[in-house]
Write a protein that binds this ligand. Structure first.
Ligand code: KIV
Length: 283
């Protein structure tokens, strides 16, 4: 008999069907093999190698400095841990803005060199033509509107987007333009919940919220925030499902103390040599 519970690789089509059925879509970021393997084993729908890598892995003060090479390197690591989830690579700042040719070439590198299934790009109406060109060559594309961290300075900082009529209209127009450009899915970051809900109802492609309320078709969080790996700033929209920072701190301090006090390693961590062999060496 056929096993109907057998997991299959998640595709853009499956995500669209989930939206149609009202089934929520789950997405988290990952930057390395170990975490990616756990996320995939847990049954997550999509894994995003976000350019939040700049903040949480590289220690930059934002996403702007992140390079293509850094993104591809981490996408390759995550790809090795992901069997079923749709793997999305985030295109870094200035890898798709200069020309459509460069955008297509760089988007292709995420699939060819790093095993990604799709790429994510930030931008609204003004980027729709570029997005359409990428989609036309067969690369599934995830859009990102609302607060777009790569251009946060131009937006006046890390602020909620779409609160006044002009800004809300721009978000709505952008969502529609990206849908028409053939985008597979749309991330909405820091957008009022009722605007996100309206956009979600207006477009046929799945919306993924981060700080966009519960009525998006799915949700995404940065894995480091979810796991509580920081003891400093946590964004309002984020939820810590674990607080690993003090646990890691405690483990590392115990290790330091045990090494200093010759309490680690113990017998069970140690390899042995025969007395005879040792005696010969000592001669
Ligand atoms: O870079 C990232 O991690 C992201 C998500 C927060 C959507 O863009």
């Amino acid at each position: 008999m056929e096993d109907t519970n057998k997991r299959i690789k998640v595709t853009p089509q499956i995500l669209k069907e989930k939206k149609a059925k009202g089934e929520k879509i789950t997405m988290l970021t990952a930057y390395d093999y170990s975490i990616a393997s756990i996320l995939d084993e847990c049954g997550l729908d999509t894994v995003l190698v976000g350019d939040s890598l700049g903040n949480v892995v590289m220690g930059y003060n934002g996403t702007v400095p992140v390079t293509m090479e850094e993104m591809l390197h981490h996408c390759r690591a995550v790809h090795n841990g992901v069997k079923y989830a749709l793997l999305i690579g985030d295109m870094p700042f200035m890898s798709y803005q200069i020309s459509k040719e460069e955008a297509k070439r760089n988007a292709g590198r995420f699939l060819k060199e790093a095993g990604c299934d799709a790429v994510k790009l930030e931008g609204g109406v003004e980027m729709a033509d570029t997005f359409a060109e990428i989609v036309k060559i067969g690369i599934p594309l995830v859009g990102h509107i609302g607060l777009t961290p790569q251009t946060a300075t131009a937006l006046g900082g890390y602020k909620v987007q779409g609160k006044d009529i002009k800004s809300a209209q721009y978000q709505l127009d952008s969502a529609i333009a990206l849908e028409q450009a053939g985008v597979t899915m749309l991330v909405m970051e820091s957008v009022p919940d009722r605007l996100a809900e309206l956009i979600t109802k207006k477009i046929s492609i799945p919306t993924i919220g981060i700080g966009a309320g519960v009525n998006c078709d799915g949700q995404v969080l940065v894995i480091n925030d979810l796991l509580g790996l920081f003891n400093k700033f946590v964004p309002k929209f984020s939820k810590q499902y674990a607080n690993l920072y003090p646990l890691i701190e405690e483990a590392v301090k115990s290790y330091i103390n045990e090494v200093k006090g010759s309490k680690f390693p113990q017998e069970e961590h140690t390899f042995k040599i025969d007395d005879e062999v040792l005696a010969k060496l000592k001669k």
